[in-house]
Design a protein around this ligand. Structure first.
Ligand code: ARG
Length: 458
């Protein structure tokens, strides 16, 4: 088959190169964006009197027909036609004949491909924002439903201080809100139309680029043709923000795995999101959460692929750039499915109050509150820390908990302990005292739930 660019060639393309260089097996995902770009381009050519109405009408009709074929799954993408752009153009020739030759006036695949990618990414980002909002909304919903449940917070994976389960949930909401912001910023820089940049130097036809951009729904146009055809920052930024999001989901899932295991049992994961073992009849495994954690690695890999692919490419377009697509498609697909699974996991969480309280009983998690108590009685914090440390040590030696100690035993560690210390020894009092902004006291957490719920409405 004759290639669109075969004019200067004597020899045909090696079969091996055809297979090696085709991208239509995956860039066909851009087909509808390519058609939209084509229609807007034709309209602009017509408006700027570069092609006539009759040809424009023919081309539009052809493009619309191709759209129908694609939507119905009838379009045959052929690898020997290289990429999605050439497949569409070749089909246009089959449908309308010679007039098809005018579609590519004043444009290049170099500005076209990046235009299609920008349109695609804008849609993806909008979809991603919706999924993020749903997940954040679910976290806020659970936080509201279970406000009051107390669990140990950890540092170094060791019980540290009591916190509200809702506070823990909202920590993840906070991360995801930052992810939303990041995606929003990526959207702003993606929302620029590169068409009219041509292969690298601009176009000879005096195309109305602003009209073209507007008709494709872009907020503005790119400013330097060399940069426009060789810029993939917007994709790298997307995968980079996506990597951070996956990192958050991975941490969340790690905690879901960890804190739902028998030894903790802080919550039960929905059975519909767990799987069994082929050999051990007893198993209910948290595969969904593990897979999200595992898939974060793929997305980090996508980011490294893009960075390594771009590094060292001179201006302007280089065929290396074709390698951007599988990485960004994989990233988008993985983010979407992971966000959906994470939402289901959160929606299906059934927390176990008793198990959380049981866990609060170990690890002397009120020790810091005791030290703070001594500070209020006039001691320096370091001295108070030492005194409570001694108390912990003696409890460990005698197998006692703070609650088992008599006032006398407290006073053996520090004369500053008074009767009121026994009142202080409660998880509720510890939580209640953390009433400053960002703390785990119920009033503060309630405020945060309200704030998060309002943010996801926008
Ligand atoms: N399939 C190509 C890509 O994705 C389209 C641009 C091809 N341009 C070229 N000069 N060969 O990058």
């Amino acid at each position: 088959m004759k290639k669109a660019w075969s004019g200067r060639f004597k020899q045909g393309t090696d079969r091996k190169l055809e297979q090696f260089s085709e991208s239509v097996s995956y860039d066909q995902r851009l087909a509808l964006y390519d058609l939209r770009s084509g229609l807007a381009h034709i309209e602009t050519l017509c408006r700027n009197r570069i092609i006539g109405r009759a040809d424009a009408a023919k081309i539009k009709k052809g493009l619309n027909r191709i759209e129908g074929e694609i939507r119905e799954g009838k379009f045959r993408f052929r690898p020997e036609r290289e990429d999605v752009h050439m497949n569409i153009e070749a089909r246009l020739f089959e449908l309308i004949g010679e007039a098809a030759g005018k579609l590519h006036t004043g444009r290049s695949r170099n500005d076209l491909v990046v235009n299609d990618e920008r349109l695609w990414l804008k849609d993806q980002l909008r979809g991603m924002d919706g999924l993020l909002r749903e997940l954040i909304g679910e976290l806020a919903k659970q936080a509201e439903k279970h406000l009051g449940l107390i669990m140990p917070g950890f540092t170094h994976t060791r019980a540290a201080q009591p916190i509200l389960f809702s506070h823990w949930l909202l920590a993840y909401a906070e991360m995801l809100l930052r992810d939303r912001e990041r995606f929003g910023e990526v959207y702003q820089r993606t929302d620029l139309c590169p068409l009219g940049s041509g292969a690298l130097a601009g176009s000879n036809y005096g195309l109305d680029r602003t009209f073209l951009a507007k008709s494709l729904g872009f907020k503005g146009i790119t400013q330097n043709s060399l940069d426009a055809v060789s810029d993939r920052d917007f994709l790298i930024e997307f995968v980079s923000a996506g990597s951070i999001l996956m990192l958050h989901l991975s941490r969340l899932c790690e905690e879901l795995v960890w804190l739902s295991r028998d030894e903790f049992g802080f919550f039960e994961l929905s059975e519909s999101l767990c799987t069994g073992s082929s050999m051990m009849p007893n198993k209910k495994n948290p595969d969904s959460a593990e897979l999200v954690r595992g898939k974060s690695g793929r997305v980090f890999g996508d980011l490294v692929s893009l960075l390594a692919m771009m590094k060292g490419t001179p201006l302007a377009y280089n065929r290396d750039f074709q390698e951007d697509k599988e990485a960004v498609f994989d990233c988008a697909d993985t983010l979407k499915s992971s966000l959906e699974i994470a939402r289901l996991l959160i929606a299906g969480l059934r927390p176990d109050r008793e198990a959380m309280l049981r866990s609060c009983r170990s690890g002397f998690i009120l020790a810091t509150d005791l030290a703070d108590y001594l500070v209020k009685k006039g001691m320096g914090f370091r001295q108070a820390h030492q005194a409570v440390g001694r108390l912990v040590r003696s409890c460990e030696e005698t197998g006692k908990r703070f609650e088992d100690l008599s006032l006398k035993e407290f006073q053996a560690a520090s004369g500053n302990f008074g009767k009121d210390v026994l009142k202080l020894l409660s998880l509720e009092a510890s939580i209640k005292a953390k009433s400053g902004p960002g703390g785990t006291a119920a009033g503060e957490v309630r405020k945060q739930i309200k704030r998060v719920k309002a943010l996801v409405k926008k």
